[in-house]
Design a protein around this ligand. Structure first.
Ligand SMILES: [Zn+2]
Length: 380
């Protein structure tokens, strides 16, 4: 099987050679359907350590404390190999070289070592974009994200057997989805949100939503067996130990209730193209557990849930960050082009990559954002 994943050099040639661009377009589109994470393929895979960017020599960037994670967070096995390495290209919060490892037994991927819990305020600075999304990002991009979110919720609801009467959004932010579900008929007394940024919760609480600044693992916000729908979009990859989180959500769910979980997808074209270091979905060092549809299904089944649908969403910001990091840090001669690929503010490529992944998702290709729906069995 020919490996169509471009090396940086090959990608550089392809980007500069318009004659080959249409071939590249179609060949990469087709290649995304191949299963790439077989054990045999992984054995052949070697990781090239990235060059240390000079920017990380800045004495203001600290070397932060780390914590080893010797056992696979998914299956508990103790044997793993290096999967990818890189720096905090996005926010430069630390000068550490970070490493993702992959379990030899179940193929799960996790950050090891990862930042010590004591460093969380360093790797999630108060300027972290998830905390003030609307304030930092181009208003057109904000509006586009709102429309994509509405479409995502419509997709989730279309898969449910009946209209939910109770709802929880984990990582509810400004309460966008809580408000959508209130309009759909969920009573405020059963419209729950968990969010670790306390600043956004006060207005939601005053409006009557059930919100708390707590981790799922520690929370007592929701009665057991009560939730018809739980959404958790781009949260599980940030969690240190996903198993107890999913089990707690399963406990909170009513029989027949559905968990809709979205997370970066390792089994995607952009991940393969930027595998060794620069893939935007790594979000180093803030993503601690990374999945394929297969390992995610296992994580959900281990908590007693039945995966019922796998849907691919757009991974446009991962494409943007991948291109940005590669152009800026890989030693290419195109460093100055990186700024055009910063998803915070660069509308043209943001629109192009969103359309690109929309089309690919609609055609049945796996994108770098997987949305999985899992049901709690009626008998549970
Ligand atoms: Zn494992």
């Amino acid at each position: 099987m020919e490996d169509l994943s471009p090396t940086p050099l090959r990608l550089s040639v392809q980007l500069c050679d318009s004659a080959s661009s249409s071939f590249w377009f179609f060949s990469t589109l087709i290649s995304s359907r191949k299963p790439h994470l077989s054990p045999e393929a992984l054995e052949r895979m070697t990781v090239t350590a990235p060059p240390r960017p000079a920017e990380f020599d800045d004495p203001a960037i600290p070397e932060i404390a780390t914590e080893h994670v010797p056992d696979c967070p998914l299956c508990g096995a103790a044997n793993f190999h290096t999967f990818a390495e890189g720096y905090d290209y996005e926010l430069k919060t630390s000068r550490n070289l970070w490493r993702f490892v992959q379990c030899d037994a179940c193929e799960h991927v996790w950050l090891n070592p990862r930042p010590a819990i004591s460093t969380l305020s360093t790797i999630y600075p108060s300027t972290y974009y998830a905390y003030n999304y609307g304030a930092k990002i181009n208003p057109v991009a904000v509006r586009a994200k709102e429309l994509l979110d509405v479409a995502k919720m419509r997709t989730v609801l279309a898969h449910l057997p009946r209209a939910p009467q109770s709802f929880l959004d984990v990582g509810c932010g400004d309460g966008r989805f809580l408000k959508v579900m209130a309009k759909k008929g969920v009573p405020l007394a059963r419209d729950y949100g968990l969010e670790l940024d306390a600043r956004v919760l006060e207005p939601l609480s005053q409006a009557g939503y059930q919100v708390a600044c707590e981790r799922v693992e520690d929370s007592t916000l929701v009665p057991d067996g009560s939730l018809d729908l739980v959404t958790m979009f781009h949260v599980i990859e940030h969690v240190d130990d996903p198993g107890p989180v999913i089990r707690k959500l399963a406990r909170w769910m009513a029989p027949g209730g559905v968990l809709a979980l979205e997370t970066p997808n390792l089994d995607s074209l952009d991940q393969r193209m930027f595998h060794d270091s620069y893939w935007g979905g790594y979000h180093i060092p803030r993503h601690w557990n990374l999945y394929t549809a297969s390992t995610l299904a296992r994580q959900l089944k281990d908590a007693g849930l039945e995966p019922v649908a796998t849907i691919y969403q757009t991974g446009h910001s991962f494409w943007m960050y991948s291109m940005h990091h590669w152009l800026r840090y890989a030693g290419t001669p195109h460093r100055r082009l990186a700024r055009f690929f910063d998803p915070i503010g660069s509308l043209m490529f943001l629109a192009a990559f969103t359309l690109w992944d929309k089309v690919r998702g609609a055609l049945g290709f796996r994108t770098s954002a997987v949305l999985m729906l899992a049901r709690k069995p009626e008998a549970a």
